[in-house]
Design a protein around this ligand. Structure first.
Ligand code: ATP
Length: 322
């Protein structure tokens, strides 16, 4: 194939809203008159040749679907100099001169390496954890939190009926954003995040005792995955307070489901901006949200940024969830 084309792939963990971004890349690319290819299973697809030509109808009926129609993968084979070279040569043989990479920081490193090998890449933050330093928002975060809130609301019904304490683990290995915002939304007595060390007596037991004295009979403790240990925590709380306590790990249920309006809109905007940048000959950029606006940054600059945890919101949660 000789004509120039752009391509899109999803990489790392899947996130609701990735489909909206894929759809926007495809339709924006086509609107500029370039061919658009879909690479399947992340960077793996560039090693195995799983690349399909996309048309307007290839992305019909997907905006409301969770997961990713392109499938996703982690590809240790790509993450070697030989793997990157092979991926670049697959692109050249298919006439692909630019790739939109939707994923997390790891995927952005892959995008940077592929750009260095001559194939221009643009990254889009797609991960439920909201753990990308350069962007205030990552596609999938809103849907994951809304799912977590729905699940905790259900637990709350049964906890209330039995005067129990519910210790709920939500996703977020290095980032407490899901825990923080979910915790506020469900009125958690304590929120434990990897960014802030906690004291079992002061931050959990004393808060429970205080609220108990003011008439509260059931309790929700939200714990980020990166803090973990919810089974032991529930046991310790029960021993310290005498209140029956149960641990629940929400797990991958938070990754699925129909994307919220926000994830569909942000995914669409980021996808469209990325495709237009590629069309204009730009590469080595990531599309991010800063100050509520969608902008693009140099990939290496973006990868060097340090995440800042929202301490103010954390303080507010502490003050009002009592
Ligand atoms: P999530 O946050 O959802 O886990 P992620 O994009 O950070 O998403 P990773 O597993 O870290 O997920 O990375 C996805 C893929 O990106 C890897 O399997 C690998 O193919 C590629 N990748 C990761 N790090 C690098 C790197 N340093 N150089 C080249 N490619 C990389």
């Amino acid at each position: 194939m000789s004509s120039k084309a752009i391509a899109v792939l999803t990489s790392g963990g899947d996130a609701p809203g990735m489909n909206a971004a894929v759809r926007a890349v495809v339709r924006t690319g086509l609107s500029h008159g370039v061919r658009v290819m879909g690479i399947q299973r992340g960077f793996n697809g560039l090693l195995s040749g799983e690349v399909v030509e996309m048309n307007l109808r290839s992305v019909s009926d997907i905006i409301h679907r969770g997961g990713t129609i392109l499938y996703t993968a982690r590809s240790p084979e790509f993450n070697t100099p030989a793997g990157v070279q092979q991926a670049a040569s697959t692109c050249r043989s298919l006439g692909i001169d630019g790739v939109v990479v939707i994923g997390g920081d790891g995927s952005f490193r892959g995008a940077r390496d592929l750009t260095e090998s001559g194939i221009r890449c643009i990254g889009i933050p797609g991960t439920i954890d909201n753990d990308i330093a350069s962007s205030e928002y990552t596609i999938g975060f809103d849907t994951a939190m809304n799912t977590a809130v729905q699940m905790v609301d259900r637990l709350r019904d049964t906890m209330e009926s039995h005067d129990r304490c519910s210790v709920v683990q939500v996703m977020g290995r290095r980032c407490g954003d899901i825990a923080l915002q979910t915790g506020i939304a469900v009125g958690a007595t304590s929120i434990l995040v990897p960014e802030v060390p906690y004291d079992f007596q002061k931050d959990i037991i004393e808060r429970m005792r205080f609220t108990q004295k003011t008439g509260k009979k059931h309790f929700i403790i939200i714990v980020a995955e990166g803090v973990g240990g919810v089974e032991k925590l529930a046991q310790d709380i029960q021993e310290a307070t005498g209140i029956e306590s149960r641990a629940t790990i929400l797990g991958h249920v938070q990754r699925g489901g129909s994307p919220t309006l926000r994830d569909r809109v942000v995914g669409s905007e980021m996808g469209s901006v990325a495709a237009t940048l590629l069309y204009k000959g730009k590469g080595n950029r990531v599309i991010v949200m800063q100050g509520g606006k969608i902008v693009d940054l140099d990939i290496s600059e973006a990868l060097n940024m340090k995440r800042v945890f929202d301490k103010n919101l954390y303080e507010i949660a502490h003050r009002i969830s009592i």
